[in-house]
Design a binder for this molecule. Structure first.
Ligand SMILES: [Zn+2]
Length: 510
């Protein structure tokens, strides 16, 4: 799923079978990429006449703003504690009882707890017993992204006694539209650190455990064994299988959510005799069916809704109330405002993880190769395809030189049209990869025009270059173009991202 879609031009019209929605995960990880520059590099002279660039000044302002935001956050948290303490008439020496409890919840709600959770206690169907269950429980949230953000905030706020957060990624500007637990002040810093700070600011009376590492077969069982309930807030097929299998091995209920584009889904696996993920999807989907938010997009509020629902299901399981969503799946269609709950297949006797002859032991789990099984990488860095020989490729810097020299050439941009609308290089011709085979004549015509304009002689061939977002589809396109007669076509290595990185820092990235 960390792959660009891979339609071959010849089969571009045949859509892949609709994948199980559970495989279509939104992305957590993206390439660590700095935000686009917000200013020009013009030299300014300050009042002292010392040469100082506007960039320097703006950088310092940004740094100070970041520090200011962090200090403000801290002041707000301290003020809230102080206000609360004054209201309760506590002595100054008692300002710290809201620190993480060193003594676990002993079954009795303290006065602080009764006050904090009073609205829960007033619910006849929830009450002291369910709140006590929450305080005694522990939940592991894997992924502090779009799903994990709201899930973590509610789990911390509602008084889950111990909340663990697993992620090895950093906060990025282009994720803040959906990863609402993070703030601009944390850009470039650990998501786990950021999420834990936000949770502590809401509820400093619970324990928060930071797992700043990738969730892998080597550490999964050790981490997960310390928690009662698992929330899968990841975004890729191998993680789905790995998390589900480790829940089966350890007998933990799994709250599974997914969101992509304008759709979301939710279910509870491995709970009360219900199915596990493998029961429903014994074989992984084709990799072409897997998408990620970084490629396909996601409306920020959609994972927000699903993440809230994941928190709700975790609270129901932890509180031992209601009817958790086991054996059923909730489907959200945001555009038409429809939510459906469908019955899903029960536990499969043939399931390789939880069936009658299941072989999944702790050792087998540790040895299982989830990337090989799903043909998808666990790492979320974008795929770097290496399809073409080096003579069929040029760097973005080399392409810039071609432009500077005014060499006769045509640049074909093979991204989808809605990507092309976001940003594009001047004088490029947009022919999406999926429609390339039907539009070859446009390339021939463009080459002829270019030859006439630049040299006045159509016998001198213009060069053909192909670009896309990251340099994967452009290679596939060049490979195809070579086969249909455009034998000199070359792709621009790394696509528009490398153009932005190596040639024009002001060029937008997305
Ligand atoms: Zn199963």
């Amino acid at each position: 799923m960390a792959k660009e879609k891979n339609p071959s031009p010849s089969s571009a019209t045949s859509q892949p079978k609709s994948p199980p929605r559970s495989h279509r995960r939104r992305s957590v990880k993206r390439r660590a990429k700095p935000p686009p520059p917000l200013f020009h590099r013009q030299t300014a002279m300050d009042s002292n006449g010392i040469g100082e660039t506007q960039s320097d000044i703006r950088r310092e302002i940004a740094s100070l703003e970041k520090a200011k935001a962090e200090i403000n956050d801290r002041i707000s948290a301290l003020q809230a504690r102080l206000d609360y303490s004054l209201k309760e008439g506590s002595k100054e020496t008692n300002l710290c009882p809201l620190r993480p409890t060193e003594t676990p919840f002993n079954g009795q709600l303290s006065a602080d707890m009764i006050y904090r959770y009073s609205r829960h206690l007033l619910l006849p169907s929830f009450g002291v017993e369910a709140q006590g269950n929450l305080l005694k429980s522990s939940v592991l949230v894997i992924g502090a992204g779009g799903l994990g953000s709201p899930a973590l905030l509610y789990l911390a706020a509602c008084g889950i006694g111990r909340v663990g957060i697993v992620d090895n990624d950093v906060v990025e500007l282009n994720n803040l539209h959906r990863q609402i637990i993070h703030t601009e002040a944390y850009i470039g810093r650990s998501k786990v650190e950021s999420a834990a700070a936000a949770c502590r600011a809401i509820n400093s009376s619970i324990q928060l455990v930071e797992h700043k590492e990738a969730f892998r077969t080597s550490n999964a069982l050790e981490i997960m064994s310390k928690y009662d309930i698992v929330v899968d807030a990841t975004d890729n097929a191998p993680s789905r299988y790995m998390i589900s299998d480790s829940c089966v091995v350890l007998g933990k209920p799994l709250i599974s959510g997914a969101a992509l584009g304008l759709e979301g889904q939710l279910t509870v696996y491995n709970y009360n005799g219900g199915p596990c993920y493998r029961c429903l999807f014994p074989t992984p989907p084709p990799t072409t069916a897997c998408q990620r938010c970084a490629d396909s997009g996601v409306l920020g509020v959609v994972p927000g809704i699903i993440g809230c629902l994941q928190a709700l299901e975790a609270i129901k399981v932890a509180g031992a109330v209601g009817e958790p969503l086991s054996g059923r799946m909730l489907l959200l269609d945001a555009l038409s405002a429809r939510i459906r709950v469908v019955k899903i297949r029960g536990r499969s006797l043939q399931c390789e993880a939880c069936g009658e002859n299941a072989t999944m032991t702790a050792q087998q789990f540790r040895d299982f190769d989830y990337e090989k099984f799903t043909q998808s990488p666990l790492t979320t860095s974008p795929l770097k395809l290496q399809l073409l020989p080096s003579e069929a490729r040029i760097t973005s810097r080399e392409y810039k030189e071609i432009n500077v020299k005014g060499e006769a050439h045509v640049l074909v941009d093979v991204r989808p049209a809605h990507h092309y609308k976001i940003t594009s290089l001047p004088n490029s011709l947009n022919i999406p990869f999926s429609s390339l085979d039907g539009r070859l004549s446009e390339i021939s015509e463009a080459l002829e025009r270019e030859e006439l304009i630049k040299s006045g002689d159509a016998s001198r061939a213009a060069s053909l270059y192909v670009i896309c977002r990251r340099g994967n589809d452009s290679q596939r396109a060049v490979d195809y173009l070579h086969k249909v007669g455009f034998t000199t076509a070359k792709d621009i290595i790394g696509g528009l991202e490398s153009w932005a990185h190596d040639v024009d820092p002001k060029f937008p990235t997305y």
